[in-house]
Design a protein around this ligand. Structure first.
Ligand code: ATP
Length: 273
């Protein structure tokens, strides 16, 4: 489905991503972990073409998308929607408009300038918000919502693009544990129910272990681990994070409660599950 071949990115002589080759044969929930500066964001941003590649190929269904330009590049960007740590919504616009903005890459310029959405598009945006448990927020300004709600709006905007892949760059790093859980549960649900691929940069090991089918560990721009979460031993984690014998897993914990029934119930209620 997606293959990265010898993907490399240099910034002024410094190699942020160094000759990374990875295959993603089927949709799954992939977590990328590593210390700050390991190259996780640069890797995701290259896949989405927000950052140009210095060398290498990004093959999606056999076609190299790393060299696309103009409309073809925008079409690829709608196939692999990004979700960011800071949500990147338009704060003063209402929630429904923010979700509809997911269609901007596909619209004629004039229709986009005047926000000319069809009834079918509006109905779809509201249905997505409903699915994510935030339909009642549709008319509010995005800035009036909590961080967790804003991130779900960002996910709804991504879904509006009907992407094959969702690239999430530290999607829960700005959220408290309860909201972090709701957002991760939302991404997981989208992955399993829709069969979309989710690739998420995660800053904590426990989240990667809990949600991912596959974990990729990066260090200094290179892939140093690629396996199942149960293969992520403390020793391997040490290697990924470059920590010495004093490495303590708790230091990489978001503290999403591992077994908190009340939180799980709350999350399910919020998701309308
Ligand atoms: N636009 C840029 N210009 C110059 N250097 C950059 C740029 N973007 C990233 N880098 C450098 O590339 C390296 C990898 O950064 P990147 O943000 O990809 O790492 P990361 O693993 O996502 O870290 P973090 O979790 O802190 O975001 C770092 O040394 C960073 O300073």
């Amino acid at each position: 489905m997606l293959e990265l071949r010898h993907l490399t990115r240099d910034f002024a002589g410094r190699c942020a991503v160094d000759n990374v080759s990875l295959r993603f044969d089927r949709p799954g929930f992939v977590g990328i972990i590593g210390r700050s500066g390991a190259g996780k964001s640069t890797l995701l941003r290259m896949i989405n073409r927000l950052t140009d590649v210095s060398a290498g190929e990004i093959l999606f269904q056999g076609r190299n998308v790393a060299t696309l330009r103009g409309a073809e590049k925008r079409a690829w960007q709608s196939r692999c929607a990004m979700v960011f740590q800071q949500f990147n919504l338009v704060p003063r616009r209402d929630v429904a408009s923010n979700v509809l903005h997911g269609l901007l890459g596909r619209r004629p310029v004039l229709a986009a300038i005047f926000d000319l959405w069809s009834e079918a598009e509006i109905t779809r945006a509201l249905a997505i918000l409903d699915r994510l448990g935030i339909a009642d927020q549709a008319a509010k300004r995005a800035e009036a919502l909590s961080g967790g709600q804003q991130q779900r709006v960002a996910i709804a905007r991504a879904l509006m693009q009907d992407p094959a892949i969702i690239l999430a760059d530290e999607p829960i790093a700005s959220l408290d544990p309860m909201n972090a859980q709701i957002v991760m549960d939302t991404l997981k649900r989208i992955q399993t129910e829709d069969g979309r691929m989710v690739i998420a940069n995660l800053h904590t090991l426990d989240t990667a272990r809990r949600y991912c089918d596959r974990v990729i560990g990066m260090r200094d721009g290179r892939v140093v681990f690629d396996g199942r979460p149960d293969q992520l031993s403390t020793g391997i984690a040490r290697e990924i994070y470059g920590a010495d014998a004093s490495f303590n897993e708790a230091a990489t914990s978001t503290a999403i409660p591992a077994d908190a029934r009340a939180d799980a119930d709350y999350a399910s209620a919020m998701l309308g599950a």
